[in-house]
Design a protein around this ligand. Structure first.
Ligand SMILES: Cc1cc2nc3c(=O)[nH]c(=O)nc-3n(C[C@H](O)[C@H](O)[C@H](O)COP(=O)(O)O)c2cc1C
Length: 199
């Protein structure tokens, strides 16, 4: 079997390369994920169409996001912004939070949204990806825009997470602590540090 190509060396990225942080249409861990993104240096946001619908339900309009990040919307069929991965402009692709839909697509090589395209093209460029899969426990307590509810992920969700975790250059985070640890490791690899202020 063909061996995976080594991850891209740091000197292959532009000196001012950034995190490409994708937000999908998940209410679960949305606020917590954005809070982490705000603590990182150099982050651009990439929204799925569902992400753009769900974010305002939790108080995050595109206008408000733009106070903190450069924001790319999913408004082209071919995910035009993905070309920036090829130019070395992003050293890491993060999908957080990742819906079960996006996890399934990534795990089966489907790329038909901005986040799934970024993940797939990053993989083909050997750029590390970090995916925060939220449906990873038999019972997940999650916040809808109006109330807290229990979600019981199915076997297919667990199978897709396990499948994705076997992909080269991919770290799957199953909790917020996992996500923070994966980002911390990546910052250390990049010789970068967390922001001391999130403003
Ligand atoms: C308010 C709201 C919250 C949602 N939260 C979740 C969630 O936590 N996890 C999930 O897998 N899907 C959630 N969904 C459903 C996804 O948005 C839907 O499956 C969508 O097609 C995902 O598209 P995407 O993966 O391209 O972002 C939510 C939908 C709404 C309206």
């Amino acid at each position: 079997m063909t061996q995976p190509t080594p991850a891209r060396r740091l000197d292959e990225f532009k000196p001012d390369a950034r995190f490409a942080w994708c937000v999908t249409g998940s209410g679960h861990m949305l606020e917590e994920s954005i809070a982490l993104a705000r603590r990182l240096p150099g982050v651009d946001l990439f929204l799925s169409a569902a992400g753009e619908e769900v974010l305002p339900l939790y108080g995050w309009t595109v206008a408000k996001l733009r106070e903190h990040f450069k924001v790319f919307r999913d408004n082209s069929a071919s995910s035009v912004p993905v070309g920036m991965i090829y130019n070395g402009e992003y050293h890491t692709v993060v999908i957080a939070p990742a819906t079960s839909n996006t996890v399934a697509k990534c795990a089966y090589g489907i790329s038909d949204t901005l986040p799934t395209n970024l993940y797939a093209q990053a993989g083909k460029q050997c750029v590390p990806g970090i995916v925060f899969a939220c449906d990873t426990a038999p019972s997940v307590i999650t916040q809808t825009p109006h109330e807290w509810v229990e979600v019981r992920p199915r076997a297919i969700e667990f199978e897709n997470v396990e499948r994705l975790a076997r992909f080269a250059h991919t770290t799957v985070a199953c909790s917020l602590d996992d996500l923070e640890a994966a980002l911390d490791q990546r910052l250390s690899d990049l010789k970068l540090a967390w922001n001391t202020s999130s403003s």
